[in-house]
Write a protein that binds this ligand. Structure first.
Ligand code: GZL
Length: 403
C-alpha cells in the first residue's frame, strides 16, 4: 500500500521462471526479457510504462505501477520543457538513463567489466542504469537493445556477443535518436554507433605469438606443437587473437595441432583440454588459452592426466585477459605468459557520454592500455607490429593492483 492506495508489483525471478507457460509468452527458452515483452502486450499492458531491471537475481518490478503518476508527470514536464525549447532531462544534468546489454557472466574478465559499469553508472553518479545480462545469447541481446529503444533510454551501451547481425537494430536506435556506444568486442557489419571503447585483439594475438617465438628461441626449443583453446565462436576477441597468433605461427613454421572453442569458460577449457589429451598426448608442448578461465580448466585437465605445464613443466601455457587469478598463476609459474585485455572501459564510456552531453564529437575508436605479463625475466621486450613492447614480470604488488 503506497499513500493509502493498494499497488501491485509483479516479480519475475530466477532463470526463465515465471507464472506463465512458455507457450503463452511465445515459446522458446524464456528469458525474463521476453516475459517482460510478452506482458507488455498482454492483459498487464494496462499498467503500461517502463519495467525496471535490477542486477543480480534480476528482480523485475513493474516500476510504472509505482511511478505511473510520476511517469505521466515526467512525460508532461518533458513535453512542456521541449515545447518551451529548454533542454531535455538528460541534457539538463538530471538523471541520465542508460541501457547496457552485457555479453553475460562467463568469466572473471566479464565480472570486472560489469562491475566497472555498475560502479561508474550508479544512481549516486546521476545515472539510471538498466542492465541486462544476455547470458551469451545473441537473440536475447538484440531483444534487450529493442527493449531499451521502447523505454526511450538516453544512451545504449552494447558489448556485442558476436560481431555481425547488428545493422538492423542499430538503424532502429539511430531512427529513435538514441546514441549507441560499443565496448570491448567489435561490431563488424555496421558503423551506426558513436564510439567503440576496447582492445586490439589481433595485437594481443600477435604479442602472444611474438613472445612465444622469442621465448622458445631463448630456451632452445625448435619444435613447437601448439593446441589452441579458442574463445566464443564469432566473438571479435576470438577472431582477433586467433588471427594474430596464427600469423606468427605460420611465419615460424609452428604446428597448430588443433583449435577448438572453450567458450571463454573454465568448464569449456577443461572439456576441450581433456579431449585434446585423448587425441594428442605426448605430441604437444604449447597450449594457448584465449582467456584465463579456459586456462584454469586446461590446468585442471593436464594435472589430472599427469601432464606438467608452466615454467618448470613440459607444456608452455599461454593465456589472455590477465585477471587477478590469472596473474597469480603467472607469479607461481603455472602460466608462462598472460596477455592483458583491459575490462575497465566504463570511465572511458562516461567520457564519451559527457562529450555528447556537451555537444562535442567523441573519437570513433578509444583503445585501452594493456600489458604483457610473464613469470621469468628471460626477455625484457618483444617486437609487435614493428614496435618494441615491454614484458612485465609479475610481482605481488602487480597482482594486488590488478582488476
Ligand atoms: C575480450 C572479452 C572476452 C575476454 C573473456 O575483450 O570480450 O570475453 O577475453 C570474456 O574473458 O569472456
Amino acid at each position: 500500500v503506497i499513500d493509502g492506495t493498494e499497488q501491485k508489483a509483479l516479480f519475475i525471478t530466477g532463470k526463465s521462471h515465471c507464472d506463465r507457460s512458455a507457450d503463452d509468452c511465445g515459446g522458446g527458452g524464456l528469458s525474463q526479457y521476453r516475459v517482460v515483452q510478452y506482458l507488455c502486450q498482454s492483459e498487464y499492458a494496462e499498467y503500461g510504462g517502463s519495467a525496471k531491471f535490477f542486477f543480480r537475481g534480476i528482480r523485475l518490478f513493474w516500476a510504472d505501477v509505482f511511478e505511473t503518476d510520476d511517469a505521466a508527470a515526467a512525460d508532461q514536464t518533458e513535453d512542456s520543457a521541449e515545447a518551451a525549447g529548454t533542454e531535455s532531462s538528460a541534457a539538463s544534468g538530471d538523471t541520465v538513463t542508460i541501457g547496457f546489454a552485457q555479453v553475460g557472466h562467463e568469466s572473471d574478465w566479464r565480472t570486472a567489466s560489469t562491475d566497472s559499469c555498475l560502479s561508474v553508472f550508479s544512481a549516486d553518479n546521476g545515472y539510471d542504469l538498466q542492465f541486462v545480462d544476455c547470458d551469451n545469447d545473441s537473440a536475447v541481446q538484440l531483444e534487450a537493445v529493442r527493449g531499451f529503444i521502447e523505454q526511450d533510454v538516453d544512451y545504449i551501451i552494447i558489448d556485442p556477443i558476436v560481431s555481425t547481425g547488428w545493422d538492423t537494430v542499430l538503424t532502429e536506435c539511430e531512427e529513435a535518436g538514441i546514441p549507441v556506444i560499443v565496448i570491448d568486442r567489435t561490431i563488424d557489419d555496421s558503423d551506426k554507433y558513436v564510439s567503440w571503447v576496447g582492445s586490439n585483439f589481433k595485437t594481443e594475438g600477435l604479442a602472444a605469438g611474438e613472445w612465444l617465438k622469442a621465448y622458445t628461441g631463448a630456451k632452445g626449443i625448435s619444435d613447437v606443437n601448439v593446441l589452441v583453446i579458442e574463445g566464443s565462436t564469432g566473438a571479435s576477441a576470438t577472431i582477433g587473437r586467433t588471427d594474430g597468433f596464427k600469423e606468427i605461427a605460420d611465419a615460424n613454421g609452428w604446428n597448430i595441432l588443433d583449435s577448438q572453442t572453450g567458450d571463454f569458460t573454465q568448464a569449456g577449457g577443461q572439456e576441450v583440454m581433456e579431449s585434446y589429451i585423448k587425441s594428442y598426448e605426448g605430441k604437444f608442448n604449447v597450449v594457448v588459452c584465449q582467456n584465463d578461465n579456459e586456462a584454469f580448466g586446461a590446468m585442471d585437465a593436464m594435472k589430472a592426466a599427469g601432464i606438467s605445464y608452466g615454467v618448470d613443466g613440459d607444456v608452455i601455457l599461454v593465456s589472455f585477459d590477465a585477471c587477478t587469478a590469472g596473474l597469480e598463476y603467472v607469479m607461481s609459474g603455472d602460466i608462462n605468459a598472460d596477455f592483458e585485455c583491459n575490462p575497465l572501459a566504463a570511465p572511458f564510456v562516461e567520457e564519451v557520454i559527457k562529450q555528447l552531453q556537451a555537444g562535442e564529437t567523441p573519437e570513433k575508436e578509444v583503445y585501452m592500455t594493456e600489458h604483457w605479463f610473464v613469470n621469468e625475466d628471460v626477455l625484457s621486450t618483444i617486437n609487435v607490429n614493428g614496435e618494441d613492447q615491454d614484458l612485465t614480470v609479475v610481482t605481488k604488488e602487480i597482482v594486488d593492483a590488478q582488476y
